[in-house]
Design a protein around this ligand. Structure first.
Ligand SMILES: [Zn+2]
Length: 298
């Protein structure tokens, strides 16, 4: 059984004591590949170091997390740094596999709606321009995020580009699922929350198409049962896989192979255009440096 953890913060300090052992446990438990979402410049170096050590199984993304925009006077230059790394990855990193994690998070504060929206839109346009999947974090902002995705998907299409990616930690209802899935090439990241007894996510997942799902831990957070209360780690991804299999009445192996194929298609099937284009003379019909449209502001 091969699993792909599409969202792992295994480079975070919570793993400083046993990171190598955690990678080994992941592999022992069937996790062949871990996608690592970036958060901010302060944590990037830790992520790069891990990816240099394990280039075969730890694949980096590049992006600025929405909460890293809050109260951050340098967020605009941080975005330029993101773009710079997408054009030219740091030494020892062959490429980035996604633009993430990016998105909207109004849970902690709603004072940065405009800044987060601009950062999100600009990074979505980077994802389209580099033909990379966008890994989208959403908290207390689902309908606003959906609105932006609808607008930006249409905009990318009109410019001859495609916008695709993952709705990370999807936890909404079937109505939101249908709305988001109609945007096109997006998958839904399912993690430990599906095992929580109080969550209704399992009921939603039962109705979702297997072809739309990818597995993720979001470790060290959102630990699945039976390990709730402990630090999460990629080795626990199998509990998420088993739970999805249980609610759908399928063999775990079938959920594993489908979600692994979905993740592989998204992260490893694209990117050719970017690989061929390089940085020189790149045409940018997406115009990601333009201001955010008026309707995005409030
Ligand atoms: Zn994350």
């Amino acid at each position: 059984m091969e699993l792909i953890d599409t969202h792992s913060h295994i480079y975070e300090p919570e793993f400083d004591e046993d990171r190598e052992a955690a990678v080994a446990r992941a592999i022992e438990n069937g996790v062949s590949t871990m996608l690592l979402p970036a958060i901010d410049p302060a944590s990037d170096e830790r992520m790069f170091a891990l990816c240099r050590r394990h280039p075969e199984c730890c694949l980096p993304m590049m992006g600025l997390h929405p909460t890293s925009v809050n109260d951050n006077p340098t967020w605009r230059s941080d975005l330029q740094r993101v773009e710079g790394f997408l054009i030219r990855p740091p030494q020892g990193i062959s490429r980035f596999y996604g633009v993430g994690e990016i998105g909207l998070d109004f849970y902690w504060s709603d004072r940065f709606v405009e800044e987060q929206t601009e950062a999100f839109v600009r990074q979505l346009r980077l994802a389209a321009r580099f033909d990379l999947p966008a890994v989208i974090h959403t908290r207390a902002a689902w309908s606003r995020m959906a609105e932006i995705i609808e607008t930006e998907t249409a905009r990318a299409r009109a410019g001859g580009y495609r916008l695709r990616g993952i709705f990370h930690a999807f936890s909404e209802d079937l109505q939101m699922y249908e709305r988001l899935r109609s945007c096109g090439e997006f998958l839904f990241g399912i993690g430990g929350v599906v095992t929580f007894r109080k969550s209704r996510l399992a009921d939603t997942v039962r109705e979702m198409a297997l072809d739309d799902l990818v597995l993720e831990t979001d470790c060290p957070y959102l630990t699945p049962a039976p390990h709730r209360g402990e630090r999460n780690e990629p080795a626990y991804l199998r509990f998420v896989c088993q739970k999805i299999a249980e609610v759908k009445g399928l063999p775990a192996g079938e959920v594993a192979s489908a979600t692994t194929a979905n993740a592989r298609r998204l992260f490893l099937g694209g990117g050719e255009r970017r690989m061929q284009t390089g940085s020189a003379g790149f045409q940018d019909p997406c115009g990601e440096t333009q201001a955010v449209p008026e309707r995005e502001k409030r």
